[in-house]
Design a protein around this ligand. Structure first.
Ligand SMILES: NC(=O)c1ccc[n+]([C@@H]2O[C@H](COP(=O)([O-])OP(=O)(O)OC[C@H]3O[C@@H](n4cnc5c(N)ncnc54)[C@H](O)[C@@H]3O)[C@@H](O)[C@H]2O)c1
Ligand SMILES: [Fe+2]
Length: 391
């Protein structure tokens, strides 16, 4: 008998217009003044106006904080907290990709918290918050099909010039999330590709996680991978294909539910220093190290990756006999998908040189929160070899 636990966001609405679905959710918590946290790109895409109009039409008072930066720096998070306090916000809505949604989580928490943010970094037990005092009602509306942040208890912050740290605490599970695929139809192709591959990495790393992997997270990861592998090429071909966008948004959410419980590992650990030091988008940095990390892991855990080959490329998987060969088939599939999306995964393509690799490997080894979840133990030498292969 396996012993496991599973948590997720209690109220999820998929497919409705965000403008219509959000207001009743917020009203259910008795809040009348809400702050919507977003970024200039999301505002520029014309997504914020209709939702704010829908909320105001229901008599809610809305303030917009639209100054979120990608890979949110700590200072920007704190300025959003000040804006929410000044406005006397009664509820917080994260509206955008992972950066606005993660910022919204911390704003909802820090408006009430007695504790400073710098004391919150780290991982809490799954059912015991380290942050007393609770938070404001929190709702999430994703506009990328990527991070799954709408259903995770995780907020990632860039601290100082080059370190990404996470607050992982059950209090960060939102009260509700609205998933409206129409909001993602205008995503530029490169953002679609990067965020879509990030979502696939969440599912892959959840399925192969050394800790807290369980039958529910496995099912979610498998379903997510099928939806994402099917939806991503169609969304790349025609960004306005609403069925493809819906498959991707649902896939990203299911992957988020999976890795919220069976956490991600070395792909993310090695991607974070690239993002922090070279300002490479989160999904692209994951793509850069994906194949070499999978090859490293598959040497000791081929059966897990063989399962994923059978799921996504069943005919090719059937033609190969050993788990090792099947794992290779799965990794080749991911490499081909990346190429088909027009993504160059080489580190050189973003200006990283051989001389940068030791620092990247040193910083990756500090990501102990993530490395402890990897199916194979990571060493400095292995990390350096992976970056060298990714160059
Ligand atoms: N909390 C979690 O569980 C979790 C998981 C993975 C990653 N993350 C974090 O999330 C962040 C990355 O999030 P992301 O990949 O979603 O990117 P992002 O939120 O940084 O957004 C990337 C860009 O896409 C633009 N954009 C977003 N939606 C758009 C739309 N519909 N149309 C046009 N442009 C749009 C934004 O303006 C921005 O310029 C990183 O900080 C990463 O560390 C968090
Ligand atoms: Fe990610």
């Amino acid at each position: 008998m396996s012993v496991f636990s599973f948590q997720t966001v209690p109220n999820l609405r998929f497919g409705e217009s965000a403008a219509e679905a959000l207001a009743p959710m917020v009203e259910g918590y008795g809040a009348r003044r809400l702050m919507l946290i977003t970024d200039p790109g999301v505002v520029g895409a014309g997504l914020v106006g209709p939702v704010v109009a829908g909320l105001e039409a229901r008599g809610l008072t809305v303030a917009i904080y639209d100054d979120v930066e990608a890979d949110p720096p700590e200072t920007k998070v704190l300025s959003a907290v000040k804006a929410a306090r000044d406005f006397k916000a009664e509820a917080i809505v994260g509206f955008g990709g992972g950066s606005p949604m993660d910022t919204a989580k911390l704003v909802a928490l820090l408006v009430r918290a007695q504790q400073p943010l710098r004391e919150m970094y780290g991982v809490s037990q799954v059912d015991r918050s380290r942050v007393p005092g609770g938070r404001l009602p929190l709702f999430q509306v994703p506009t990328t099909a990527g991070t799954g942040s709408e259903v995770t208890p995780i907020a990632i912050v860039t601290v100082g010039a080059e370190m990404k740290l996470g607050v992982v605490d059950p209090v960060l599970y939102a009260d509700g999330a609205v998933l409206d695929p129409r909001l993602t139809c205008g995503l530029p192709p490169h953002v679609t590709a990067h965020t879509g591959i990030d979502a696939m990495v969440h599912a892959i790393e959840a399925y192969t996680s050394r800790v807290r992997k369980n039958p529910i997270s496995d099912n979610l990861a498998q379903q997510a991978l099928k939806l994402l592998a099917g939806g991503l090429p169609r969304a790349m071909k025609d960004g306005s294909d609403l069925t493809a966008r819906g498959d991707m948004l649902l896939g990203a959410m299911l992957a988020g539910q999976a890795f919220a419980n069976a956490p991600v590992a070395a792909v993310h650990a090695l991607a974070y220093p690239i993002g922090a030091l070279f300002h490479v988008p989160h999904g692209l940095s994951n793509t850069q190290v994906l194949a070499p990390v999978l090859r490293f892991n598959a040497e000791t855990s081929p059966a897990l990756y063989a399962d994923l080959a059978a799921l996504l490329v069943p005919e090719a998987a059937e033609q190969t006999k050993s788990d090792t060969a099947r794992a290779g088939t799965f990794i080749d599939f991911m490499v081909q998908l990346t190429a088909d999306c027009g993504v160059d995964p080489s580190l050189r393509a973003v200006g990283i040189s051989h001389n940068d690799l030791p620092k990247l490997a040193e910083d990756a080894m500090k990501q102990t929160r993530l490395l402890q979840n990897n199916p194979r133990e990571m060493t400095y030498e292995a990390a350096l070899a992976i970056y060298t292969a990714a160059l």
